[in-house]
Each structure stands twice: as C-alpha cells, then as structure tokens.
Design a protein around this ligand. Sequence first.
Ligand code: FES
Ligand SMILES: [Fe+2]
Length: 397
Amino acid sequence: MSDDSLAWLGTAPIPAAPYHDPAWFELEREAVFRRAWLQIGHVCELPDSGSFIRREIEALNVSLLIVRGRDGEIRAFHNVCTHRGTQLVEEESGRRGTFSCPYHRWSFGTDGALLAAPDFDRFFVDKADCALPRVALDICGGLIFVHLGTPDKGLRDDLGPYATMLDGFPAAQATTFSEYVYEIDANWKLTYDNFQENYHLRFIHPRSGAPAVGEDNPFGYPVKMGFHGPHRTQTIWTNPDPAPQPVQAQSFGRAARFAMADGTAGPHSRDYLALFPNFFILGSPAQPFSHTVWPIDARRSRGVIRLYWKGEDDCASRRYAREYAMASARDIHAEDRDVIEAGQRGLNSGALKHIHFQAQEALCRHLFTAVDERVQAYRADLAGTAPRPVSRAEAMA
Ligand code: FES
Ligand SMILES: [Fe+2]
C-alpha cells in the first residue's frame, strides 16, 4: 500500500504519555470505554433460555450479567441486586430459570424483572421499579457487544460497512470456540498495536511468521488498509511462494479443508477487522482468530484470544487441526510477549516524550488518533460542565 495514500493520517510523532500515564488512563475509562460498543462474547455461549455469562469490565468497575430470556432474546444487566447492591451471580456461566440474591433472597427473572422478595409489603417501592439495571446490547456476526453509556448510534450504524463484513466472517457461524486468556504488564494500546503492524514479523517471528513475508514484501506489509470512523481494516498479503514448516502446511491445510466442507471459507480469508476500541478479528477460515485487549490499569492488560469453530470435533483429524491452530496462536503470542513488556518498561521510565509510527504502521496511528480525539472531546466536556468559580463577593452575598 502506498505511503502517500496514508498521508491524511499525519506524520507527527506520537506523545508517549498515553501509553503509560495513569492520569491519561483515568480519562480513557470514560472517554473511550464508557462511550463505545465493547465486544464481550458470542451467541454460542448462550444456547438456551436461561443460559447466562458473567463478564467483568475492570476499566469501568462493572460486572455484567448477560442472559438469554425465555423469549429467546439476549439481554445485558448490571450484576447488581436492586435491594442493596449485592452482586447476584458469582459463576462465570451457567443456566438458571431465576437469579436469587444470596443476601436477602430477592429473585429476578431472565428478563431482569423482580419476581419475588421476602416480606416485600414492608418496603416503600413497587416491584416494577426494582428490575435489574439494563445495559445496551447488540449483536453482529454472532458477536455480542455492550455499551455502558448512552449509545448515539446502534451497533450496525456505528460499524457501517464493517457490519456486513463481520456477517461474512467464520465467527458468524460459530457454535463453539477455543479460548486463551492472558495477563500482560503492558498498556492496552501498546499490546493491541503489536497485532496491527507487521514491521516486527521478520525479527520476532522468523520461523512462525515466515509464510507471511517474502522477497517481494520483506516486512509482510498489508496490501490494503481501510478506515471507517474509529474502526479499521487491512488485507493481509499473500506470499505467492510460501515456505511453511511441514507441520504448518499439513495442519493449516487440514483446517482449510474442514472450513471448505463446513461452509465457513467466505470471501474474507485474508481480512483483518479492528473494531474500536479494543477488539480485532481475522476472517481466516483456518485460524478464525479474535483478540480483545482489556485494560486493567494504565500499565497492565488482559487479553482474550479466541478461535471460533463451527460444529463439534467429530474426528481426530478435526481435533488436531483445531488444537494446532490454537497452539500456533499461543506460540506466536509467546514470541510477542517479551518485546511488548520490554516496550512498556522503557515507556514507564518516562525517558521518551514521543514515540514514532512509520507509514505502514498506520493502523497503530489510527488507534492513537481515535483515542486522542475522544479524550480531548471528553476533556472539553469536563471543562464546559465544571462549576463556574464563585467570587468571594458572590459567596458572601
Ligand atoms: S441485597 Fe440482594 S436481596 Fe438484599
Ligand atoms: Fe507479533
């Protein structure tokens, strides 16, 4: 992709503080995470009425209870009893007809309504006013998103053309997944950026990443990048003369044949979709990979890596192809991890006022720009709503 076509993103150095500064992260909590659709799960986790999952969003101090109701609809609630605030559900997932609070046994339906409460006649409130607090939830391509603020757009509107793209990704048809969760001593943007530039491939992944670089493209740069609002996409280059390890060739070949048979090999096999703020997903049918990077604090994050699959493992060969795809994702991630953490330690020292992105690291620059715009807008809101200083004369009047 030509450097000129990316010039609109600018070329200025990037301030380093947003990648390590706790005060900046405090702004991001509200400016970014309260004001965006957040990818939180997949419909296959809620197969039946009463199926539920609990999800923690540390950046907002929020615990969510996501439930499929008797009517089949999936809803999200704050995991908080409306009597005195006790967290209702401790299990990570399960299936229940009602949710009963451990403290005084108020019980709620799968639609969040308060069904029963002991000795309720002595309260001074109606049951109808005691439903679990609801959180906006929407679904696209089988993926569940929530919004913890007041969304100004529905999810599909927000995603624009990427909504249709997501519908064509293998995850849209998934019935199960493999998951790998990790914690890392690094800011969420620094962690995420590692997975949206190929500049490091030949140095950090000389073996595992070899099929993605070649003589014509020694850094494995993408063939195309695209942008829609704060979201972005890239199309990964195809090496015409790949030299995979024999085990890679055999395992991914097998996975690709299963994907053809399952009908999950769609038009997006080389596409990468990055949805603001913290989620990306690949359309590759052999390794249908998604990654969500959740901030824990300014310098620590949790990553959720998933590979989405259609159907159960019905034979050893399919099992092997899936296990290999996950093992190789973990392998590559293990190679990345040390350099991401080393980057964070360097930034934490405060030695740098700026960092630099080159033209082909445009996706990293775009993420920073989208975050920066939101933080600056939020700062302006705060300044506009701050109480006007009261003069001494007014105060005494
Ligand atoms: S806090 Fe839940 S019933 Fe009292
Ligand atoms: Fe990497």
